[in-house]
Ligand binder design. Structure first.
Ligand SMILES: Cc1cc2nc3c(=O)[nH]c(=O)nc-3n(C[C@H](O)[C@H](O)[C@H](O)COP(=O)(O)OP(=O)(O)OC[C@H]3O[C@@H](n4cnc5c(N)ncnc54)[C@H](O)[C@@H]3O)c2cc1C
Length: 567
């Protein structure tokens, strides 16, 4: 795979699986890529078998399935694969997006190029009161793999106190010790097995081995500043500067879709329908008995014999509940939606990490092209000494990162982008109308809490200190922004530079209080036959990017469902 977008093997195989590349075309391309004839034929046959199987299943649709999974994202891919392991289970996955066969999906450093395309839901916030009244774009993956197909590939579990905190809020089985075992089972980590890390699992996780010179400079700058380094932030200690672990294998994105969903698409009991947008959950009394969806220009209905699992992500899962009559009753009535069940917590307590885009530098030398995910190095740190865990995260980017309002910037540059990973602000999402196809009203309430502004101010100054280090001397021509602004000026700049860190969570929060949406086994409170399993159930956002914990949530949900079936 190269930066010009020529296909790697993973992409080519997926194009065959999706019916977009024929056997001959694949064999030719595989030969050019240096793959042996025997191996290429094996890969082609496997992908063609999946393609043919899915075609057959599409052409003979069933009226009912044991399980219906809504959304093939980070969590949905795990559920699809795990629930269909038993050939006795008929499983249907409905995904609104397409297969995700664009080359940029497979090139780890090109995730930004997917923003605003048809592979993105293209959501945006309402004007953010505390972020200079700006509308902030909020990209969400719309394809097999969901955001795991357009994210920055960082593999980060979170801090152990995150999960112990979930358990302490009345959610047994979600403490750090338990989820660590689940993470270990899932991983195939290139750094080898130890007390924390797993090998032999389905998800290939690569350590950064040959970092970009800018990423090396970032690490050196941290050391010169007297900050600790961490060899494995997913291991014994998160805190410190370190290179990222990436969901990348052989230079290509290795998403949870590649790891779990695609290999399962040969199974005769797993139907994966793309371009199938679910518009409504169907209830008989308090029991969810099926779904209504649009596919091929038709409105269709399908029944669930056992359960419906809602894995449409932190924006679309609460949206789906509300448009189906489950949510704050008063709001639903105002929109003319018949109330199935009054659940006031749906869509509330929206959390997201916050990025400040960014501390930008012009380079004095032509920069080598981006490597890895285009970031590769970071620092997990505390904005104040007394904190129990890191709350800020400056990230080195091998290119400029800037908001529309503050850009554009010269191409030959790089940036350090400070993030806030323990936000105090809480937002919410609401329906704009009863029309299920209308985008939601998304209020992230970025910087709604003064503590977030102050923590980010510390993060910005720390990032500027790192950027000014002699470790960057051979790159840095000048700091383009923000420069030395003083306290008030810096706060004003932060409000203009604040943007989405792409990690919304907690809109269908797990818990046992009256505003919780799902119980600790992820069943929707007060209803039957319906679970939610995705980033929306996090009781509180983790202090690291949210893909790995969401995959873990998918795995936990599968185990709950299967043990309930077998118990
Ligand atoms: C640009 C970007 C960069 C990121 N970078 C990182 C990173 O480097 N590391 C990290 O850990 N996290 C990262 N994240 C966050 C992480 O990827 C997400 O938190 C995680 O993937 C969420 O998983 P999910 O299962 O909750 O939802 P999603 O992965 O969003 O899956 C939801 C799926 O449901 C489908 N869907 C939605 N509505 C419907 C409907 N009505 N009918 C049918 N299907 C529907 C969607 O199309 C999608 O495929 C990033 C996210 C983005 C967008």
């Amino acid at each position: 795979m190269d930066q010009d977008g020529k296909g790697g093997l993973g992409l080519l195989v997926h194009q065959v699986r999706s019916g977009e590349l024929d056997r001959e075309g694949f064999l030719r391309a595989a030969k050019e890529a240096g793959v042996t004839e025997e191996r290429a034929a094996e890969l082609a046959d496997d992908a063609l078998a999946a393609c043919e199987n899915q075609r057959r299943l599409r052409e003979q649709p069933r009226e009912a399935h044991d399980f219906i999974v809504i959304g093939a994202g980070s969590a949905g891919c795990v559920l699809a694969a795990r629930l269909s392991e038993d050939p006795a289970h008929q499983v249907l996955v409905l995904e609104a997006g397409g297969p995700g066969t664009h080359p940029d999906v497979f090139i780890p450093s090109r995730w930004r190029h997917l923003f605003g395309t048809e592979l993105d839901w293209r959501y945006q916030t309402v004007p953010q009161q505390h972020a200079a009244g700006r509308v902030v774009p909020c990209p969400r993956g719309k394809m097999l793999g969901g955001c795991a197909s357009n994210n920055a590939s960082v593999w980060a579990r979170g801090h152990r106190l995150d999960f112990d905190g979930w358990a302490a809020q009345g959610n047994p089985g979600w403490d750090d010790e338990t989820v660590r075992r689940v993470f270990k089972d899932l991983e195939d980590y290139s750094g080898g097995e130890d007390e924390y890390r797993g090998v032999g699992g389905p998800l290939r996780i690569s350590r950064t081995v040959d970092p970009h010179p800018l990423a090396r400079a970032f690490m050196e700058a941290a050391q010169l500043a007297g900050l600790p380094t961490t060899r494995d932030y997913n291991g014994a200690r998160m805190e410190g500067a370190g290179f990222f672990d990436l969901s990348v294998a052989d230079g290509e994105r290795f998403s949870v879709a590649r790891a779990l969903l695609f290999p399962a698409m040969r199974r005769p009991n797993l139907t994966v329908l793309t371009h199938a947008e679910v518009t409504r959950l169907i209830f008989e009394g308090r029991r969810c008995t099926g779904v209504e969806f649009r596919h091929g220009g038709q409105v269709r209905r399908v029944r669930a014999l056992r359960e419906v699992v809602l894995s449409a992500g932190a924006i679309n899962s609460p949206k789906m509940l509300m448009q189906s009559g489950v949510g704050p009753a008063d709001e639903l009535r105002l929109l003319g939606i018949p109330v199935v069940h009054d659940l006031p917590g749906v869509g509330q307590e929206l959390q997201d990490h916050i990025l400040v885009a960014g501390i930008n530098y012009e380079s004095r030398i032509p920069l080598p092209p981006p490597r890895g995910n285009g970031a590769e190095a970071t620092l997990w740190w505390r904005s104040q000494p007394g904190l129990s865990r890191p709350d800020i995260q400056p990230i080195l980017h091998q290119f400029p990162v800037v908001t529309d309002e503050l850009g554009p910037l010269p191409d030959n540059g790089y940036s350090i982008v400070p993030g806030l990973v323990r936000p105090a602000s809480r937002g919410r999402m609401r329906l704009a109308s009863a029309n299920p196809l209308a985008p939601p009203i998304l209020d992230m309430n970025y910087l709604g809490h003064e503590a977030d502004v102050e923590a980010l101010r510390v993060a910005v100054e720390l990032s500027r200190e790192l950027g000014a280090s002699r470790a960057f001397d051979r790159f840095r021509k000048r700091e383009l922004m923000p420069g030395p602004l003083g306290r008030a000026g810096m706060v004003e700049w932060i409000r203009k530079a604040t943007t989405c860190f792409f990690h919304p969570t907690s809109t269908c929060r797990m818990g046992v209080d009256e505003r919780a949406v799902v119980d600790p086994r992820l069943r929707v409170h007060g209803l039957e036959g319906l679970r939610v399993a995705d980033a929306s159930i996090m009781p509180e956002i983790t202090s690291a990017p949210t893909n790995a914990p969401t995959i873990m949530i998918g795995e936990q949900a599968s185990r709950f469902i299967l043990s309930a079936r077998n118990g």
